[in-house]
Design a protein around this ligand. Structure first.
Ligand code: HEM
Length: 417
């Protein structure tokens, strides 16, 4: 029987000699992603039979921790389905499952392929590149607002509003709607953290309000088309295919959820990484050509999305391990991004890392993050503006971590400049 590693939860799984609990959100709230466990699993038991957690509604699953295996699972949706039982969630009531299944994230090809092609049109590198000036203005505004005060909570004042304001820009929402969308999106992405978690009623009301918002926005653009993402998404493609009203509303919801907390935590986790590695901050101040590489290294280091879950569509084998049809398979991006077989000195935060094949946006395949160009643009421009206007930024108190096994995030990061 294995020695329990530090931070072991209350119901460790001791099968095959390793005591781990990668589900318990307290593990993440306490120490961040449990990298000691990940390292040991990669070494000793890379396709690990993990106990379920009945209290939180997680059935047992295979924990996949090596880079190559995460890529394999991600690229073989015919073997590892996002649709057959849901990609991430614990078992949900059936009406919620039906609703979630309509979301692209929870579909398999060929159903997924059609929807993805329709929305891809709005997220090409060229379309996203056109946003750079707006992103820069938003970053300057956010930084200017706190600069005079001399101190801030980096999460609340900069990292959280940035992606939401950028999405508002992307969809052409007026500035006066920012606060409303900010509150609604926070309500949807509370995770497991009791400090954030809305009641089921608040969560449902927020989802309904976002649907209504999406409906109204679509009606507006149909009546008065503009040169923007929403107008483009409502137009038929060259084959005459078009998103239905439900599909548009659900995509809008996915955009708000997928685009917000991820980027927020990359930004705040990136800032914390610089505080913990001041030589890297000095390096960036001295050489801004490191900014694009820094964005990738931040995503590798923080890995804001810890995991996704798939379901085996048939009996299969991963490494030497037999996986049965309907078994759950969970890929841990946070572990893959520190795999010593792929990254030299993976425990070092190195903004000049080259090559950096990080897979924080997914291991490739059908669901690879639609917003990856946008997220990297936001990180690059944000740290460019901070380097310019707040070069002496420093941490003034402890960072508080989010209690979640899904999102590697921060709730608070006090700073002064
Ligand atoms: C999917 C990570 C930012 C929109 C994903 C996936 C990951 C991810 C891991 C799933 C990949 C898979 O299953 O193979 C991240 C990270 C971000 C980020 C770490 C920030 C640093 C964004 C932004 C947007 C966005 C800014 C939109 C504005 C989406 C969408 C999907 C997705 C729509 C679903 C794609 C599909 O199912 O085909 N993201 N994301 N993400 N992301 Fe992101």
């Amino acid at each position: 029987p294995g020695r329990a590693l530090p931070g072991a939860g209350s119901t460790p799984d001791t099968s095959r000699g390793t005591a781990v609990n990668l589900v318990d959100p307290d593990v993440y709230a306490r120490d961040g992603a449990p990298h000691e466990w990940f390292a040991r699993l990669r070494r000793e038991d890379p396709v690990h039979r993990h106990e379920g957690d009945p209290e939180r509604g997680w059935p047992p699953f295979w924990a996949v921790t090596r880079y190559d295996d995460v890529v394999h699972v991600s690229r073989h949706s015919e073997l590892f389905s996002s649709h057959r039982r849901l990609a991430l969630f614990p078992e949900l009531p059936s009406e919620q499952i039906e609703m979630q299944r309509l979301m692209m994230l929870n579909q398999d090809p060929p159903e997924h392929t059609r929807r993805r092609a329709l929305v891809n049109r709005g997220f090409t590198p060229r379309t996203i590149g056109r946003l750079e000036q707006h992103v820069r203005e938003i970053c300057h505004d956010l930084v200017d607002q706190v600069r005079e005060r001399g101190e801030a909570d980096f999460v609340r004042d900069i990292a959280a509003p940035l992606p939401l304001y950028v999405i508002c820009e992307l969809i052409g929402a007026p500035v006066s709607d920012r606060d409303l969308l900010f509150d609604l999106s926070n309500c949807l992405i509370g995770g497991d953290d009791p400090e954030y978690q809305p009641t089921p009623d608040q969560g449902r009301d927020a989802a309904l309000a976002i649907h209504a918002y999406a409906d109204a926005l679509a009606a507006e653009r149909r009546a008065r088309p503009r040169d923007d993402l929403v107008t483009r998404l409502l137009q038929p493609d060259e084959n005459g295919d078009v998103l239905s009203r439900d599909e548009f509303d659900l995509f809008f919801l996915l955009l708000i959820v997928a685009g917000n907390e991820t980027t927020r935590n990359a930004a705040s986790g990136g800032m914390l990484a610089f505080f913990d590695h001041p030589a890297q901050w000095e390096r960036l101040l001295a050489d801004r050509s490191l900014l694009p590489g820094a964005a990738d290294e931040i995503v590798r280091w923080v890995t804001p999305v810890n995991l996704f879950r798939r379901t085996a569509t048939r009996d299969t084998v991963l490494r030497d391990v037999k996986i049965a049809e309907n078994d759950k398979v969970v890929v841990f991006y946070a572990s893959a991004n520190r795999d010593e077989a792929v990254f030299r000195d993976p425990g070092a935060f190195d903004i000049g890392r080259d090559p950096n094949p990080q897979i924080g946006f997914g291991g490739g395949g059908a669901h690879f993050c639609l917003g990856n160009h946008l997220a990297k643009l936001e990180l690059r421009v944000l740290f460019e503006v901070i380097a310019e206007k707040l070069p002496g930024i420093r941490q003034t108190g402890p960072a508080r971590r989010l209690r979640s096994n899904f999102i590697n995030g921060l709730k608070e990061l006090p700073v002064a400049f």
